[in-house]
Design a protein around this ligand. Structure first.
Ligand SMILES: [Ca+2]
Ligand SMILES: [Ca+2]
Length: 118
């Protein structure tokens, strides 16, 4: 039986850190995707949104080493083929219905939402 995941979209135009804050302000946290099932559920949820969303995960401290917001190794990657591809210019993790990707940590046209979980 698949676990139910409770997601919510918040504003992410100010970047990943602001997305995390926005998630916490509504009683959740920036989504940390920890399994294939959860990734599938999150991508399915994102079908309701045309934009891309920040999720937990950054390689800002050391390029190519992805950590969660608490500095732990990521439990699951789930990158779309050819991602991550941004090198030191893209140090935050994002999700859309169609892809999981690295993106710049400051808001841009490539990520305007934040995906929260609770
Ligand atoms: Ca990077
Ligand atoms: Ca990328």
């Amino acid at each position: 039986m698949q676990r139910d995941w409770c997601y919510k979209i918040v504003d992410g135009t100010q970047g990943q850190v602001a997305s995390k804050t926005n998630c916490e302000s509504v009683g959740g946290r920036l989504a940390l995707i920890s399994s294939q099932d959860e990734m599938n559920a999150a991508r399915s949820y994102m079908q309701g949104y045309s934009g891309r969303a920040f999720i937990d995960g950054t390689d800002a401290a050391q390029e190519g080493v992805w950590l969660d917001a608490e500095g732990n190794a990521m439990p699951y990657s789930g990158w779309t083929v050819s991602e991550p591809n941004g090198g030191s210019g893209e140090n935050c993790k994002g999700i859309a219905a169609s892809e999981v990707f690295d993106v710049g940590c400051i808001g841009s046209q490539y990520a305007t939402l934040g995906l929260c979980e609770q």
